[in-house]
Structures are given as C-alpha cells and as structure tokens.
Design a protein around this ligand. Structure first.
Ligand code: ATP
Ligand code: MG
Length: 411
C-alpha cells in the first residue's frame, strides 16, 4: 500500500532535534521573563477577517499565502503570523486596563501557502514579543534589546541589525507621493505585483525581490527620493532617540532605507535582523511599531511594538546540540527489582531507565553505555547482598554500595 507522506512545505520535528527546540523555547522563557514579559497562547485559527484587517489586504500574506477554509458558513484562517491574534486577545480581555507596558511573548506554529524552499516552509514556527502601551522610543530600544539578547543567549552573534523609520501616516503620504512621481515613467516596466503595489501600497514597492524592479528602484532619481529624509520632525526625533539608546548600549546596527517590511500595519520604527550564514532566506527576525493596529481592530488607542523570529532558521544556525544522556540505566535480570529501583530514582528527580525486554546482561550493559551516564547493576551477588554496583560509563570506574545508599551516591 502507498504510504502517506508529510505534506509539502511541512516537516516533522524529530526526537533528535528536540534538544535544539527545547533550548530555543527555554531560553525564550528565561530571557523574555527577565524583561517582565508574560507568555500568551492564542488559537491557531481565527476569523479570516482578523488577518484581512490586521495584517492588511494588500500584503502577500493575506493575498496569496493564507490557509482559509469554511466551517458552518464562517470563514476561518490558520494564523499566518501571531501579532493580529495577540492584539485580538489584548482587546477582548481588556488588557489596556493593565498598567503599561503590557509585555507578551509567544511561540508556536504559523501557516503560509508559500513556495517551499530552503528556509521557507508552509508550516513553520515563530517566537515573538509584543509590547503594548508605550509610544516613546524607550519601548523600541527595549524590544530590540530583547531580540538581540535572546539571539545572543542562543549563541548567535554574527548578525546584522537593520533599522528604518517609516514615519507616521502623515509624513508617509508625502513620501508616497514623491516616490510615485519618480517611479511613474517606469510604471509599465514593473512586475505585475509592483503595478498593483504602485496603486495600493507604494511603500511596498521597495520590498520587491524581482531583479528588473530592483534595478529601476536603483536609478539615481528614484534613489534620491528613497534616501531623502522625508519623515517629519516628531518622527525624526523618535528615530534619533532610538538610535541614541542603541549607540549608548553598544548595539551595532545600520539604517536601511529600503527596509519597509511586508506587513501593512507598521509605522515609525521597523527593524530586521539577518544572518550572514543563511543563504538567501537570511532574515531571522522582523519587527516594528504598530501604533494604530489596536484601534483598527476595534480596541482603544494603544501604541505597540513587537517582533517575530523564525525558529527553523534559528535552529539551523544553532546547529547540533548534544542530547542530554539519561543519568542512570538499571541493569538487572529481575524485572520487578529493576522497575522498583528505576521508579525510586525517577521520584527523586533522576532520569532513569531499565531494560524492558529482559535481554542478556551484556546487551543491557551495551545499551546502558550508549544512552546513560551510569549503569546501576544488580546481578545475582548484588541481589543476595542487597547491594548495587554503580558503574560510571565514561570513566569505567565502579563501586558497590548498599541498596539504600544509591540515591546518596548518585547525588
Ligand atoms: P521573508 O522576507 O523571509 O519572507 P517575512 O517578512 O515574510 O520574511 P515575517 O512575517 O516578518 O517574515 O516573519 C518573521 C520571521 O519569520 C522571518 O524573519 C523568518 O525568519 C520567519 N519566516 C517567515 N516566513 C517563513 C517561512 N515561510 N518559513 C520559515 N520561516 C519563515
Ligand atoms: Mg514572507
């Protein structure tokens, strides 16, 4: 019979990969908790409208990449990202009443119908942070610090932090108009996506990956507009203060005026962290400020900023991590004695196993030396004398102790 295979763009995370995933998850908990963030878990599917309104219906994510299905005449979508879901929950649970800032972090699977390739899956995982209630650039710097320190705690330091300011809806309009004017003569040469972006969301033109479009946007008269300081005084001050904090905190970054990010809801600060060791899908973290999203989704006027990181990309940078060995493997031909000692160890916080098949002593010892740090041997002599031989499987040293002293010895 034909076997059923895992779906294109999805992957099993196998037991041997788990040490990396636990490391990423435990480190997230540890680092984000230090910043006062609390974990939140929102459902994997939400009303389709949440993403259409929250992420924006001119984005690739909403236009092309959503897994949408109908159930009881309701349109539902597997979450392509988690900011919209967290904001929905923030509003629904009245979290604006909590004292600001409200800092939340999450981890979990996201779904996007993309062309699968290295570093790009249809089900992938993100870990992310959202900070609500603070409009000052202190929050921007705090969020960037959380990202950088998390990556550094994972041992990832060969990274580039890129920042940009998209300005506010007011000053951005001026920029959009100028950008459109400069690009207009080349309109017919742009890719079909850019033709639509030109009308619906001209900022996103700069995000295009098509070489012909990139070449056009590289032309001097267009670059002049892109590189100009178009943002208003307030936005410029916000951006300068942020840069000041990062400079003083020793966070290396560069300003990338082409950085506009894929989502519609950003204003002022956007940032991305890329790795030099990932090939073409090199972004590990994307984030930005979204001061109007809470209100747009029906909540109070609450400013916010956050980021999301792709965990598969982090995992491939972290590389191999040693699986932690079981502490004790009980080698014994009397199953009941084996079970009893193993359970006693487990109850006292020691990871322990014993051979469930009652194989020969040598076979049991072989298995022990592959998987454990210590073999606890109960042979016939030991059984008769109520003793256990503890063998250190790394050094081969061994000693025989009274059965009741085993715990003390292992401690
Ligand atoms: P990209 O430019 O790589 O498509 P994006 O702008 O779509 O990224 P975001 O929506 O900002 O990405 O998501 C944040 C992070 O999630 C990315 O930096 C990346 O590490 C990861 N990510 C996004 N899409 C995928 C995917 N399809 N497979 C694996 N990781 C992904
Ligand atoms: Mg994308």
């Amino acid at each position: 019979m034909a076997i059923i295979k895992v779906q294109k763009g999805t992957k099993d995370i196998l037991p041997e990969e788990m040490p990396i995933w636990h490391f990423m998850e435990d480190t997230a908990n540890k680092i984000f908790t230090k910043y006062g963030a609390k974990e939140i878990r929102t459902p994997i599917f939400e009303a389709t409208e949440l993403f259409a309104r929250g992420v924006g219906d001119t984005t690739d994510i909403v236009n092309k990449e959503m897994y949408t299905f109908e159930k009881s005449e309701r349109s539902l979508t597997l979450r392509p990202e988690n900011t919209a879901g967290v904001v929905r929950s923030f509003i629904e649970n009245g979290m604006h009443r909590l004292s600001a800032p409200v800092k939340l972090w999450y981890k979990g699977p996201m779904f996007r119908y993309e062309r699968p390739q290295a570093g790009r899956q249809r089900q992938f995982h993100q870990v992310g942070v959202e900070v609500f209630g603070i409009s000052q650039p202190t929050a921007d710097s705090e969020v960037i610090l959380m990202a950088v320190n998390y990556l550094s705690a994972l041992g990832l330091n060969d990274l580039n932090v890129e920042i940009n300011s998209l300005g506010c809806p007011k000053c951005r309009e001026v920029f959009k108009t100028k950008l459109k004017e400069a690009i207009k003569p080349y309109l017919s040469e742009l890719c079909p996506d850019c033709q639509t972006r030109y009308e619906k969301n001209p900022l996103r033109l700069l995000d295009c990956k098509v070489p012909e479009c990139k070449e056009i946007y590289g032309k001097p008269e267009i670059q002049k507009v892109i590189q100009s300081d178009y943002i208003c005084e307030d936005c410029a001050q916000h951006f300068n203060e942020l840069k000041g904090y990062l400079d003083n905190l020793g966070i290396k970054y560069s300003v990338n005026k082409l950085l506009v990010r894929g989502l519609d809801y950003y204003n002022r600060t956007v940032f991305e962290i890329t790795s030099n060791n990932l090939g073409s899908q090199n972004a590990v973290c994307g984030g930005g400020r979204y001061d109007s999203l809470v209100k747009n989704l029906g909540g109070e006027d609450v400013p916010a900023i956050g980021f999301a990181m792709g965990m598969e990309r982090l995992a491939s940078l972290i590389g191999q991590r040693e699986d932690v060995k079981t502490t004790a493997f009980v080698v014994c031909n009397d199953s009941l004695q084996g079970i009893k000692l193993t359970e006693e160890l487990r109850k006292n916080g020691i990871t322990a196993e014993f051979d469930l098949t009652n194989k020969k002593f040598v076979k049991q010892l072989e298995k022990a030396s592959k998987t454990a740090k210590y073999a606890l041997i109960i042979g016939e002599d030991e059984l008769a004398a109520d003793k256990v031989t503890i063998k250190n499987l790394e050094t081969s040293e061994q000693k025989t102790v009274n059965r009741i002293d085993v715990l003390k010895e292992l401690a």
